[in-house]
Design a protein around this ligand. Structure first.
Ligand SMILES: Nc1ncnc2c1ncn2[C@@H]1O[C@H](COP(=O)(O)OP(=O)(O)OP(=O)(O)O)[C@@H](O)[C@H]1O
Length: 749
């Protein structure tokens, strides 16, 4: 790459002789940070919000670099591009000699200390625990952290290290955040407004400390602040406006050049000049670029690399560094060429010290939120308890409106004889029916009984003709020779309220079964063969299940899997979003933790929670109402795998959306289709053929069938219905995990 103006050293003070040097890739890599022709916009191409508009920036090593600009001008955006958390739309960034985010660059990583604008700390943790977490992440030992902590407590006037971060004042929290960034003495410190809420004395000592750490020439600080005056202590400042730098120069030099005694006035003058559209770049270029142009690059090319809008700045080497660069030699720099991207890189190996820090942090967070965790762990048990005692049990006390014309008066008690008599058979039948837990309410006539059903006072109206007993007897005696009137009068007329399918089916079944019981009872008392009274259809003992199957056993597998699946979704996406929303995730990623490591650390911690939930749910379900005919071990394994699948789906949700509200919509939006289409509440065989096809591919369909086959039929893993459930769940885990890793890798601003 061509010629451009670049600094090779450390511009430290006013009046120093500033000088340009040719800009090559080599010189750019010598800077702590070098940004060239940076363009960054938010929003769509049609309606863009241009934040960086061809910005150039040069931060020499060993300097304090103050970044100034009005609120919303794009300072944070620029910093997040520098730390590798956002991508430019176009342009080039070199940080500590490499491209941020590229393999081998060490950025993001412990070479950078980042203090974001948000507090970005775990409120439940103490100051000490916070430092241990960030120290471990940076590869420090606990004793090293303790040592640094003692220093920070004194230096930053922090309260005792055992105090929880959430109980600190805003200013104290910012100081803890600053300490976390300074902890491992990184090569490049990026501090986004570190002095907000800090008193002037402490502010001065923070600046003194920054000056001290940069003195050796090996540490660099980039700092944004709204207090323009405090940046007088910076070696170099950049004034940002309209997506560019108006100037990039040492504060003394700027004030001298603009004949002003305050930086605010300089900023004002430069802003006015920008508004008036003045451009002095060409004049400047002549001055700084001179005639030397060995690469044959045009003046326009070189101009595009000048950091300041007006060219009267930057890219300038201070006299101090001339002749003896305080920069790292090329051997210290990361490799220039990035190794090609391979599939293996997607699943990069975890760093043990970062995994240790993350897993410790996750468990500590759970411990600190014990109440929430107890609720989360106990919730599935509560849900399965509600299911077992509310779903699938037969409805009791259903009201029936009875019109018995065999009685002289409808209010008379319904007496009958258990001998072989043909008197008051209606009452004898009603006694059998009552055994099915129905409430029989007498009514004077059919009209009133039907009216009671219409009003919802009864589920069915039953009417017995006046000569019901004799007609029924004759019907039994005469069989095929019975007259029409006998057949009619031996009938019980029934008008049902069939609006509730479950109740309707249950009542119909009970009315028929009780009638069979009644006829058999009469036959027995009259010494008739019982078989005559029975329907000539014989249901033998079922091969699987009981003669009287209940809905609980049908629904239980699906309900258990749904509870575990969706609680895992909620738990995982919740945990990930809490980190993300409080800016902690951002900070962790800048410190070198990879998205994959965060993901797997959550897998480890959430998995242990989920195992606890699974044991409790299964124990409760199987010890109360759900029948178990198969191997509980396979059922437990399938449940745990389904929970894992839910966790991975939770990762996808939290990676795909930006806030809790959208995560809730996504989780809710997927809950109902899954419950409806996975054969949990209704057999898949009853679905529309298109939905049946869709259902086949959903995560809970095959696992529900599999668990049902194990529990109800006692099938083993060798049966395809059973192992398909395991295969499908494992496939979904792989799909969700890959999706979330890809989203973490490629979804940057
Ligand atoms: N994720 C985002 N999506 C869309 N617009 C964004 C996003 N982040 C920031 N912006 C917009 O980009 C502009 C620059 O924001 P940025 O946070 O970089 O400014 P800033 O200079 O750091 O402001 P402050 O000093 O107040 O922190 C603002 O107008 C902001 O609304």
């Amino acid at each position: 790459m061509a010629e451009l103006m670049e600094t090779g050293g450390v511009p430290m003070g006013a009046g120093r002789r500033l000088k340009t040097q040719k800009s090559t890739v080599w010189t750019r890599r010598q800077q702590a940070v070098c940004v060239r022709r940076a363009y960054k916009r938010y929003g769509s191409k049609k309606n863009p919000n241009q934040i960086l508009d061809g910005l150039n920036m040069t931060v020499p090593k060993g300097t304090i670099y103050g970044l100034l600009g009005a609120s919303g001008c794009g300072k944070t955006t620029l910093l997040s591009c520098i730390v590798g958390r956002r991508r430019l739309n176009s342009g080039e960034i070199w940080v500590l000699g490499g491209h941020p985010g590229s393999r081998g660059s060490g950025v993001p990583g412990p070479r950078i200390g980042y203090m974001p604008q948000e507090i970005a700390l775990y409120g439940e943790f103490s100051i000490r625990e916070t430092m241990i977490y960030f120290g471990w992440v940076a590869g420090m030992t606990t004793s090293e952290v303790e040592e640094r902590l003692d220093f920070f407590i004194n230096f930053l006037q922090l309260p005792p290290a055992t105090r929880a971060v959430k109980n600190l004042s805003g200013g104290q929290q910012r100081r803890v955040s600053l300490a976390a960034a300074l902890l491992n003495n990184p090569e490049l410190l990026i501090l986004d407004e570190p002095t907000v809420g800090v008193d002037p004395v402490l502010r001065q000592s923070i600046w003194d400390h920054l000056v001290e750490i940069t003195q050796g020439g090996q540490r660099t600080v980039i700092i944004t602040t709204h207090y323009i005056d405090e940046t007088k202590q910076a070696g170099m400042i950049a004034l940002m406006r309209g997506g560019k730098f108006l100037a990039e120069e040492s504060p003394e030099m700027l004030m001298q050049m603009y004949q002003s005694d305050s930086l605010e006035n300089v900023f004002l003058k430069l802003s006015l000049a920008q508004i008036q559209g003045k451009r002095r770049r060409s004049i400047y270029l002549k001055e700084v670029a001179g005639s030397e142009d060995p690469a044959g690059e045009s003046t326009a090319d070189a101009a595009s690399e000048i950091s300041g809008e007006f060219g009267d700045n930057v890219s300038i080497k201070s006299g101090r560094s001339e002749g003896h660069h305080s920069v790292t030699g090329p051997s210290d720099l990361p490799p220039e060429e990035e190794t090609p991207f391979s599939c293996k890189d997607m699943f990069i190996i975890f760093s043990p010290h970062r995994m240790k820090a993350l897993i410790w942090k996750n468990f500590l967070w759970m411990w600190r939120n014990f109440g929430v965790m107890a609720f989360v762990i106990g919730l599935p048990v509560l849900q399965i308890c509600l299911f077992c005692f509310s779903i699938g049990r037969p409805p009791l006390g259903l009201h029936l409106a009875i019109v018995n014309n065999e009685l002289n008066n409808w209010t008379d008690p319904c007496h009958f004889n258990t001998n072989c008599t043909i008197d008051m058979l209606s009452c004898r039948y009603l006694a059998e029916l009552q055994k099915y837990n129905v409430v029989e309410v007498p009514y004077p006539n059919e009209m009133e009984a039907k009216h009671a059903v219409k009003l919802g006072h009864a589920w069915a109206a039953l009417s017995f003709p006046g000569n019901y007993s004799s007609s029924l007897y004759e019907r039994l005696q005469q069989g095929k020779d019975a007259e029409d009137s006998v057949l009619d009068f031996s009938n019980i007329e029934i008008w049902m309220d069939a609006s509730d399918q479950q109740i309707n089916q249950l009542l119909t079944r009970n009315i028929l079964l009780s009638f069979e019981d009644f006829v058999m009872d009469v036959s027995r008392s009259c010494d008739y063969p019982e078989k005559v009274a029975k329907l000539p259809v014989n249901f033998e003992t079922p091969i699987y299940g009981s003669k009287n199957p209940n809905f609980t056993n049908f629904a239980a597998p699906g309900v258990i899997l749904t509870i575990i699946f969706f609680l895992s979704v909620a738990l995982t996406s919740g945990a990930m979003l809490i980190e993300r929303n409080e800016g902690i995730l951002e900070r962790s990623l800048v410190s070198g933790i990879t998205g994959t490591e965060i993901l797997f650390s959550h897998v480890v911690t959430q998995f242990s929670v989920m195992c606890g939930q699974t044991i409790m749910v299964l124990a409760f379900a199987f010890l109360t109402v759900v029948e178990v005919n198969g191997d509980v071990g396979w059922v437990a394994l399938l449940t745990v795998l389904t929970g894992l699948c839910g966790m991975c789906f939770g990762f996808v949700v939290s990676c795909a959306v930006d806030n809790e509200r959208n995560a809730t919509y996504m989780a809710l939006g997927s809950f109902l289709p899954i419950v409806m289409l996975c054969g949990i509440i209704w057999p898949v065989e009853g679905m529309h053929y298109i939905l049946k096809f869709i259902s086949f591919f959903l995560p809970l369909t095959k696992s529900t069938e599999s668990m049902r086959a194990i529990l109800a039929r006692g099938w083993t893993i060798t049966n395809p219905t059973v192992y398909y459930g395991f295969v499908s769940t494992l496939l979904w885990i792989a799909i969700f995990l890959t999706l979330s890793i890809l989203l973490i890798k490629f979804k940057k601003g």
